[in-house]
Design a protein around this ligand. Structure first.
Ligand code: TXA
Ligand code: MG
Length: 308
């Protein structure tokens, strides 16, 4: 057994926090059965306590210990787990999970992550792990161990380094507590793919301002320190450029999400490049337009929150 996994499991059993790699972004993990460990997560992130956390588990069987698993959940889990899909399910009666993990709701969000180290850890420690993205609340999500060290290094007992996150953008959150599935947060698994598997239309939950309505979908999120200007068609003096496709002329500081306009590549790059531009000498950041379709919807969702 990997000695790092052993050490991480040991810490988690003692209600310590461990940052873990997943295929989407790094998570700040704690024992989801322990109110104390979950309270530490909220504290370390500075996260509002009305914003519930995702519980990570090794397989479907483990989910069924804690949550009611209906027909839609079966179909989606069968197709997309392990992977970047989170299901919001009704908590079972006398569910052993921390109440804080659900922030007072009678539902719980769960997913089986696809990163090999995360799965190895989940199997070895045999605990459900609550894990929000491992960044300070409202800041840019981390896609490498170094990002976590920068943001939370002094607040976690260990960072398990699993390399760069391949997906780079958070899981899609789907509420399956009702009769029709509802997307609460767009993510790597698109609406089209979900509908294909369910064989029926899926709702998208949006508030008055058009924002997604998961409790944690605050309008300002993923925020860099610098100002972000979206849909830029030209470049202002001093601006750094976050390009997509052929870059606008005149930029001195530039990161390109995808020269070939590939949305998967752009998703994998977006948080890392926002960090790079934020720490560059550019005075602010201009973002080129990204098509509002497929995975572009999730990327634009993150960028518009970052700009708020
Ligand atoms: O890819 C991901 O999902 C990453 C990795 C680490 O797994 N995790 C992540 O967690 O993004 P976090 O805490 O940053 O986002 C969780 C989202 C929030 O928008 C939260 O409001 C929503 O899931 N959520 C959690 N529990 C919920 C519940 N019971 N009902 C509705 N929404 C819920
Ligand atoms: Mg987050």
């Amino acid at each position: 057994m990997n000695s790092k996994i052993e050490k991480a499991a040991e810490l988690l059993k003692r209600d310590e926090l461990v940052a873990i790699p997943t295929e989407t972004v790094y998570g700040l993990a704690g024992n989801a059965l322990s109110e104390r460990a979950v309270a530490k997560i909220y504290e370390a992130k500075g996260r509002p306590s009305f914003n519930p956390l995702i519980v990570h588990v090794a397989d479907i069987l483990q989910v069924k210990l804690y949550a009611q698993f209906g027909e839609m959940a079966e179909k989606l889990a069968e197709k997309f787990w392990p992977g970047p899909l989170t299901l919001v399910l009704p908590r079972k009666k006398n569910c052993a999970l921390s109440l804080l993990v659900s922030a007072g709701l009678d539902s719980v969000a769960v997913r089986v992550p696809a990163h090999p180290l995360a799965l190895e850890l989940l199997r070895y420690c045999n605990l459900p792990l609550a894990a929000p993205s491992a960044n300070r609340s409202g800041k840019i999500s981390p896609t490498s161990a170094a990002h976590v060290e920068d943001d939370l290094g002094d607040r976690v007992s260990m960072v398990l380094d699993g390399g760069d996150c391949k997906v780079g953008i958070e899981s899609t959150v789907v509420d399956v507590t009702g009769t029709q599935a509802v997307i609460l947060r767009p993510g790597f698994v698109t609406k089209e793919k979900l509908e294909q598997v369910l064989g029926q239309p899926i709702l998208v939950s949006k508030g008055a301002e058009g924002e997604y309505k998961s409790p944690g979908m605050l309008q300002s999120h993923y925020a860099p320190n610098k100002k972000l200007r979206l849909n830029a068609k030209d470049l202002l003096p001093g601006e750094g450029l976050l390009a997509f496709g052929a870059p606008l002329g005149g930029a001195e500081i530039i990161e390109n999400l995808s020269v070939s306009e590939n949305l998967e590549e752009a998703a994998a790059n977006v948080f890392r490049m926002l960090r790079l531009l934020d720490s560059s000498s550019a005075t602010s950041i201009a973002v080129m337009p990204i098509p509002e379709q497929g995975l572009g919807i999730a990327i634009n969702d993150r960028l518009s929150r970052a700009a708020n």
